[in-house]
Design a protein around this ligand. Structure first.
Ligand code: HEM
Length: 200
């Protein structure tokens, strides 16, 4: 498994796989908003699953895919936003602004998208070095906020059947609980290690 995950070709294959949604179905352009929205939230959740899976399956090489998956979430988010800007609003800035302030699902969707911009910009190794790993890691916690805002955006836009947004919210809650538990565990381990070293 480790050998497959570290191969260059596995990453190339994963990259091509991430592009498949672009070619799925012969959607007329008006129907692009929904699938691109779906792919944005799916890629956000997939990206957030990498760390728990890496730890639970003991597969450190999975980390190689996280940046690419996160950038695909941004890519589909850009397509999703573009279809709204273009097909819905015809690039009319006044109309766009009115939509953002009047419709709460658009406001929170915009918030979800805006949170992804600094993450995409600082996704390179150069930016990790420039910011320092700790600050970079802190900044990249914005991804949790973006995924939460994305789920709320979906929940607020559906008219009656809220099963899917609730499912995504549930998946996000599980992923966040895992992170919180891992963080609390590492804190208490550090504390008890500190106590042991004081006793020595
Ligand atoms: C991270 C950011 C975002 C995520 C994860 C996201 C996700 C989604 C999802 C899952 C859907 C429903 C798709 C379906 O019904 O199958 C959707 C629909 C939609 N989104 Fe977003 N979205 C985001 C940002 C935005 C932004 C920035 C805008 C516009 C400013 C926007 C406008 C819309 C519109 C207009 C719809 C269709 C609503 C309808 O006609 O029912 N979204 N989005």
């Amino acid at each position: 498994m480790g050998k497959v995950l570290s191969s260059k070709w596995t990453k190339v294959f994963a990259f091509l796989l991430c592009l498949v949604p672009l070619f799925l179905g012969a959607n007329p352009i008006e129907k692009i908003t929904h699938p691109t929205g779906d792919w944005t939230i799916w890629f956000l959740l997939i990206t957030l699953s990498v760390t728990p899976l890496r730890k639970l399956l003991n597969q450190p090489k999975l980390a190689r895919f996280r940046r690419m998956l996160g950038l695909f979430a941004f890519f589909y988010g850009c397509l999703h936003l573009t279809t709204w800007l273009w097909l819905d609003k015809f690039f009319d800035v006044r109309e766009m602004w009115q939509d953002v302030v009047k419709r709460r699902f658009i406001t929170v969707g915009m918030l979800a998208f805006v949170c992804l911009i600094p993450l995409a910009i600082t996704s390179t190794n150069g930016w990790v070095r420039r910011l320092g790993f700790v600050r970079w890691q802190r900044l990249h916690r914005l991804v949790y906020f973006s995924a939460l805002a994305g789920v709320i955006h979906y929940y607020w836009l559906v008219k009656s059947d809220v099963r899917l947004p609730l499912l995504y919210g549930g998946i996000l809650a599980v992923l966040m609980t895992y992170r919180l538990a891992a963080w609390m565990l590492s804190k208490s381990t550090k504390r008890s290690a500190g106590a042991v070293s004081m006793l020595k």
